[in-house]
Design a protein around this ligand. Structure first.
Ligand SMILES: Nc1ncnc2c1ncn2[C@@H]1O[C@H](COP(=O)(O)OP(=O)(O)O)[C@@H](O)[C@H]1O
Ligand SMILES: [Mg+2]
Ligand SMILES: [Zn+2]
Length: 446
């Protein structure tokens, strides 16, 4: 039987949980020192380890040979909990059990003491969905908690939990998992599953999963099935409809360069291949925001992930990037009231003028456009009129990346000091004294 990665690689010990350092440390210490609360509230986005950690806690509390707050994983109780057949662990989903039975179960919970283990553990998932009656029943229970009973309320919507419940629970916050950590975790799965992978493809998956480990694992699952044991950029693109950030950034450059035709045909192509345009536009939004940050911050590496990737945007005026950001955001808004393809195409048409955008600094200080001086202009600005004339009249050739001016001996001697000064100050320039050539018409006599 095929077990999906998300289930197969669910951490079984506190030490295997990725991220979530604070809740894990707090719980491990509580178990180790025997100071476990009667009620916990695990709050955080979906798929980041709330249920996983709750089960590990249940295991650690009931393990026959725990060590340093960790369950042993080997004893009968640990094994039963892993298998999901332990009588003293009750999992309830408040989203699907909203009826009267649900409340009865909760009320009855109070009267039972653990059958087999040392602690009865109730995991109530999506606790914010509990009905009012269930909440009240729960509240009563929490007011006079039965001995050796632990309630773990999990929720993705912390603000919907009523204050009276909140105040009776120890609250632990679970956060999104960092992209880098997700990539490491996916790598671990690939290695164990003998999946041939491209790191870049794993990064694409990690980024698409937005900090949700469950999504990351199941995206990897799908990709490796589609790729027949191989996961690379192309497979991820085609099987998951995820477009690499590199491609999104190239697309952004088309907008900044006002290459509307190319941009529109890229978009149409995605559409025809069945990609989700809205998702694509979302990542475009993220890339333009990063580019703006990169362009405007002094030390962007502190705030922008993979900052080097945005170097290519430093040549665009900030104003152009901000304009692009604006048209992309508007495109998204427009896409709510009309087909996304239309909305996005229109947004792209607006990019026709991006190239014309002039930085405010240039407008404010007049037309004193600071053109970069060419090397020759620079040399000329350094020397006297005589030397200038000599240089202008000299033959010029390129030699090993240097510009060599061949100046006739006599003239060279006259302005030698000046020429040396230039050579010392302007890289890539050399003046060389040469013997005077015979005048042209003389040569033609031969
Ligand atoms: N912090 C984590 N470390 C490792 N794997 C995780 C983590 N969080 C989630 N997972 C993976 O995602 C799956 C679902 O996690 P789960 O604990 O049910 O999430 P939640 O209850 O927060 O929605 C797990 O089976 C596991 O494969
Ligand atoms: Mg859960
Ligand atoms: Zn054990």
């Amino acid at each position: 039987m095929y077990i999906p990665f998300a289930r197969k690689y669910r951490p079984k010990f506190f030490r295997e949980v990725v991220g979530q350092e604070v809740p894990v440390r707090v719980l491990k210490n509580a178990v180790r020192t025997g100071r476990v609360s009667h009620a916990y509230l695990f709050a955080g986005p979906r798929g980041v380890g709330k249920t996983t950690v709750a089960r590990i806690l249940a295991k650690a509390l009931n393990c026959l040979r725990p060590s340093e707050g960790e369950p042993c994983g080997e004893c009968e109780n640990c094994k039963e909990i892993d298998r999901g057949s332990f009588p003293d662990l009750v999992e309830m989903d408040a989203a699907s059990n909203r009826g009267i039975d649900d409340i009865r179960a909760l009320k009855e919970a109070v009267s039972y003491t653990p059958i087999k283990g040392s602690h009865k553990v109730y995991i109530i998932d999506e606790a914010h969905m509990l009905t009012k009656e269930a909440f009240n029943a729960l509240l009563k229970t929490l007011e006079e908690p039965p001995p050796r009973t632990v309630f773990i309320l999990c929720t993705t919507e912390y603000e919907k939990i009523i204050p009276t419940i909140l105040s009776r629970c120890q609250r632990l916050m679970f956060s999104r998992i960092q992209e880098g950590k997700i990539v490491e975790y996916l790598k671990m799965i690939c290695e164990r599953e003998n999946i041939e992978f491209e790191e870049k493809a794993l990064r694409m998956i990690a980024s698409a999963s937005e900090g949700c480990m469950r999504d990351a694992a199941s995206l990897l699952d799908q990709a490796s099935l589609a790729g027949d044991g191989k996961v690379n950029e192309k497979i991820v693109e085609e099987s998951l409809g995820i477009i690499s950030k590199d491609k999104v950034r190239s697309f952004l450059k088309l907008i900044l360069d006002s290459k509307v035709d190319e941009a529109v045909s890229f978009l149409r192509d995605l559409y025809e291949k069945g990609y989700n345009l809205t998702k694509f536009w979302e990542s475009l939004e993220e890339e333009v925001r990063n580019a703006v940050l990169f362009r405007s911050l002094k030390s962007p590496e502190r705030f922008v992930e993979e900052a080097e990737a945005y170097k290519g945007f430093s040549e665009y005026p900030l104003e152009a990037l901000l304009y692009a950001e604006n048209l992309i955001t508007r495109g998204k808004v427009e896409a709510r009231s009309r087909p996304p393809l239309r909305a996005f195409e229109l947004a792209l048409v607006k990019s026709l003028i991006v190239k014309e955008i002039v930085p405010i600094s240039k407008l404010a200080f007049g037309v004193k456009e600071e053109k970069k001086q060419s090397t020759e202009e620079r040399i000329m600005s350094m020397v006297s009129p005589i030397a200038k004339k000599a240089i202008e009249g000299a033959e010029k050739k390129e030699e090993e990346g240097k510009t060599v001016f061949l100046i006739d001996e006599d003239t060279y001697k006259a302005v030698e000091e000046e020429l040396k000064k230039v050579m010392n100050n302007v890289p890539g320039v050399e003046f060389r004294a040469v013997k005077k050539k015979l005048p042209r018409d003389t040569t033609s006599l031969f």
